[in-house]
Design a binder for this molecule. Structure first.
Ligand code: PGA
Length: 246
């Protein structure tokens, strides 16, 4: 028995820059394929492009499918053209915010930026999903564990509620995944660093074909899913594995 038994699995779809108003129908599609009775022991989260959060919130008012944003600004308001604060996202129905995704870190976001954004989420009573993960060069140099440990030290503020997503940069959108042993070693190390109460997701090319194995790894409490999360069938299949492996 592992300590993950007291943590509800979280299956999160990051839609990235995909979708328009017609995609709201995907919520109904998902609810049909994976009805409320199956969602009792799992948290399902969809992170659509920000303009879709409010209309999706209106459609799933019952709140048994959570909604999230993909980024936020650290400030509550101000002269930051084009940015969105955690408070704004909360006011339109977000429950979670992905912060420090590698696609944003690649644009120059630092651990300190991610730390400030995660703190802003807590200020707005949102749960940040704080993303960390090594590059291929860092893994090949044997530095994966130390890189991720340092990212966590720099990116995770003292807040009550947050989720970690371990996403090796080289596994995102590539179809490549680490071995289950490497995932197990990383998740055990993060667990040792952060304690028993934090959900740790794996992300990077999670698909129906590999989700069963990945979600069976100790200290994997769910998944952050890009490409496969655009298809409701795939998302439901992955979610079912998470429920079975709980
Ligand atoms: P992927 O993306 O599942 O398409 O690899 C994961 C992510 O970017 O969170």
């Amino acid at each position: 028995m592992t300590d993950q038994n007291h943590l509800r699995p979280l299956i999160a779809a990051n839609w990235k820059m995909h979708g328009d108003m017609s995609w709201i129908e995907k919520l109904y599609e998902f609810e049909d394929i994976f009805p409320a009775a199956e969602r009792v022991n799992i948290d399902i989260l969809i992170c659509p492009p920000a303009p879709l959060i409010f209309p999706m919130m209106e459609r799933c008012g019952g709140k048994d499918i959570w909604l999230g944003a993909q980024n936020c600004h650290a400030d509550e308001n101000g002269a930051h053209t084009g940015d969105l604060s955690a408070e704004m996202l909360e006011s339109v129905g977000a429950d979670y915010v992905i912060v420090g995704h590698s696609e944003r870190r690649a644009l120059g976001e630092t651990d300190a930026d991610v730390y400030a954004k995660a703190k802003a989420c807590a200020r707005a009573e949102l749960i940040p999903i704080i993303c960390v993960g090594e590059s291929l060069a860092q893994r090949e140099a044997g530095q994966a564990l130390s890189v991720v440990e340092a990212q966590i030290t720099g990116s995770v503020p003292e807040i009550a509620d947050y989720v970690i997503a371990y996403e090796p940069v080289w596994a995102i959108g590539t179809g490549k995944v680490p071995t289950l042993k490497d995932i197990a070693d990383m998740h055990a190390a993060i667990r040792a660093q952060l304690g028993p109460d934090i959900r740790i997701l794996y992300g990077g090319s999670v698909k129906p074909a590999n989700a069963d194995g990945i979600l069976s790894v100790p200290h994997v409490n769910g998944a952050l899913i890009g490409g496969a999360g655009l298809q409701m069938e795939s998302l439901a299949t992955i979610a079912r594995f998470a429920v079975e492996r709980k």
